[in-house]
Design a protein around this ligand. Structure first.
Ligand SMILES: [Zn+2]
Length: 434
């Protein structure tokens, strides 16, 4: 079933016309109400009436996270405070939080795109969805919530954490769908085994996972642990929250709801727009948002776009699973390394658990990468020779994938800290005098 076939299966020309109309109206609103954008447009000699087609996007200025911080808290709002019905904020590791506001119409659109997303994963009335994303200023919990109610599913708004209670609710309330970060899904899967819960008491059949980059190998690991089909949902609070794009049953990339969020791929340094199929930084223009529309927002996520029609019948452009965030990219001795690449090597091996950490140091002006790999309970053996064999295989596979060698350190089962939200995969000691 397709939630909104008119939009999700629209002809390209129809979509182009809709996007162009919305973009033109959005530029007018920004020009009238947001001094930051008015200045930006004036600097480029652009009058609102000049923009009539989505093909002119490339003439328009970018927005970055720094722009959001500099206009903290409400400087980018295009509506009066009394039209804002909700505010979310993401904590960010440094500096001020990033604030986003929603009008009632924005909340309705958010519920609509999440309803489309859940329908893509064949989730509907009759399903019970356990939402183990955090509820609060983070957009994960409440974002999924309204869309899940819209499709008529029964919602368990348990929020993140408290693993014992998660398992109790999952079994007692017969949850069929789990929504959380992929790293927490893996942790819940392990906890089910550890608690000795019988598989027949778990009714889960699918999971909706996102909020952190995860590899296809991690997907298979989670599917094996929880006996479910695992779907990737993508979103970020600046754009709306979860529901910017979602995988359909074909699982060949996430369909972007481009009638609301127009994607582009740019070269992260030259900023030029790259053609479909090329890897670069994902940029979104949120053409239908009322409270805080963003023009060409740089997500720092690296991916590719594909426009061929999908077997599911949807014509919406697809984005590949994100390779990672440019912020998470490590440069080790001149080589670009993403945690997801290391993850793909580790998850292909049956002896490793889905928990790992990358530790980067600089010693004698040389970068070193250490990979902590947690070994699966049943493979944790006293035989040094067996463990050494596993270590050597990881070492070789990482070297052949990345082209650099890493220090591989095997650690005992359950020794890497578990996360209830986004996992901490990288510890970078460089420039900290360590
Ligand atoms: Zn599809």
């Amino acid at each position: 079933m397709i939630w909104n076939p008119e939009r999700e299966c629209a002809e390209r020309e129809q979509m182009h016309a809709l996007q162009s109309r919305q973009l033109s109206a959005m530029i007018q609103r920004m020009y009238d109400h947001v001094p930051f954008y008015r200045e930006q447009l004036k600097e480029r000699g652009i009058e609102p009436g000049d923009i009539r087609s989505v093909d002119q996007l490339k003439l328009l200025p970018f927005t970055t996270k720094t722009d959001l911080r500099e206009n903290y808290p409400f400087g980018l709002f295009t509506v009066h405070q009394n039209e804002v019905v909700r505010i979310h904020a993401s904590s960010g590791t440094t500096g001020k939080p990033t604030v986003v506001g929603y009008t009632q119409q924005d909340i309705n659109i958010w519920a609509e795109v999440v309803a489309r997303s859940l329908t893509m994963a064949n989730i509907h009335c009759g399903d019970t969805i356990q939402i183990a994303y955090g509820y609060g200023p983070f957009t994960g919990g409440l974002g999924l919530h309204y869309g899940a109610e819209k499709v008529g599913a029964t919602v368990i708004p348990i929020s993140s954490g408290n693993t014992k209670k998660q398992l109790q609710f999952m079994t007692d309330f017969n949850a069929t769908i789990l929504a959380c970060t992929p790293s927490y899904a893996a942790h819940l899967g392990e906890s089910i085994l550890k608690e000795g819960i019988s598989p027949k008491d778990i009714k889960l059949r699918a999971g909706v996972f996102g909020a952190e980059p995860w590899s296809n190998e991690m997907r298979r690991e989670i599917e094996k642990l929880l006996h479910i089909k695992a779907y990737d949902i993508y979103g970020l609070s600046e754009v709306i929250g979860p529901g910017v794009s979602m995988e359909c049953e074909c699982q060949c990339g996430n369909h972007v709801f481009e009638d609301h969020f127009i994607p582009e791929i740019i070269h992260p340094e030259t900023l030029e727009v790259l053609p479909d199929g090329e890897m670069g930084e994902l940029v979104f223009t949120t053409v239908s948002k009322e409270a805080m529309p963003l023009l060409r927002y740089r997500t720092r996520d690296l991916t590719r776009l594909h426009r061929e029609k999908c077997d599911c019948g949807r014509t919406l452009v697809r984005m590949e699973k994100c390779l990672g965030r440019t912020d998470d990219m490590l440069i080790i001795r001149g080589v670009n390394v993403f945690p997801s690449q290391v993850e793909s090597v580790l998850m292909e091996m049956s002896e490793t658990s889905p928990h790992y950490q990358l530790i980067v140091r600089r010693e004698n002006n040389l970068d070193t990468l250490e990979v902590l790999v947690e070994i699966d309970e049943k493979n944790w053996s006293d035989s040094i020779r067996e463990l050494e064999g596993i270590r050597r295989r990881i070492d070789q596979n990482i070297k052949s994938l990345l082209g650099i060698s890493a220090i591989i350190r095997l650690v005992e089962p359950n020794s890497i800290e578990r996360s209830e939200g986004k996992a901490k995969r990288i510890i970078d000691h460089r420039n900290k005098g360590v």
